[in-house]
Design a binder for this molecule. Structure first.
Ligand SMILES: [Zn+2]
Length: 229
């Protein structure tokens, strides 16, 4: 029998999808419309992951500089970086170079694998595909951005591989609510468990600190835009 590359006895793993500044911070190029509540929930989920010592696979979108259409998560910009509190101390990062090499026992030595990808669908990026496809765990807990793009591709890809997936429905950020609702319905129809942060972790005594003052939250941003691929 071929020994699996990644052996892990832990039952549950978090898949943290593209929690990057451009998707989740108010001044991000492609900021989610529901970013304040999503960030608050992601913060809670990160605290929970640290407390329970739950390992994480984090994907990060990266686009080349000087591309006319792909002007978000551009290599070398602040917007491409992960939101600071989504990074664990013991992490290892991989660039999107087409290789699929991985160190042995990677999730025994690190709490978090951060893997860059040049597309929304992690299964189109060789190393991300290998990590997600070969991991032997019983439950994938998913949050991140964007619901109608990378979250959808990741969840449907995992479900197609017959994995047990739980989507934290109020910790996924969207640009287009209509498309996001359709995407969430598709995930549920294909077998994903859909729960909110409160159901997953219990009620919080923390309150949102302040109110976001960005154009999106004040309703001043153009609401007719569509998600760019
Ligand atoms: Zn805002």
């Amino acid at each position: 029998m071929i020994r699996p590359v990644i052996t892990l006895r832990r039952i549950r793993i978090i898949v943290d999808i593209d929690t990057q500044r451009d998707y989740l911070l108010a001044n991000g190029t492609l900021c989610a419309r529901n970013h304040p509540s999503v960030l608050a929930n992601i913060r809670r989920l990160m605290a929970w992951a640290r407390l329970k010592n739950i390992r994480m696979i984090s994907t990060a979108r990266i686009n080349p500089a000087n591309h006319s259409r792909l002007d978000f998560c551009v290599e070398g910009t602040a917007g491409q970086k992960k939101v600071p509190y989504t990074i664990r101390n013991r992490h290892i990062s991989f660039t999107a170079d087409g290789c699929t090499d991985l160190p042995r026992d990677i999730l025994r030595r690190y709490d978090q694998i951060i893997v860059d990808k040049r597309c929304d669908d992690p299964f189109d990026e060789p190393r991300a595909d290998r990590i997600l496809s070969e991991l032997k765990v019983t439950e994938f807990v998913v949050f991140g951005a964007l619901t109608e793009c990378a979250v959808k591709s990741t969840v449907l890809g995992l479900l197609a591989r017959r994995r047990n997936v739980t989507v934290i429905t109020d910790a996924v950020g969207y640009r287009d609510k209509e498309l996001a609702d359709i995407a969430l319905r598709q995930m549920e129809a294909k077998g994903a468990n859909m729960i909110d942060t409160k159901t997953a972790l219990g009620p919080s005594h923390l309150h949102l600190v302040g109110v976001c003052d960005c154009d999106i939250c004040r309703g001043k941003a153009d609401c007719h835009y569509r998600v760019r691929a």
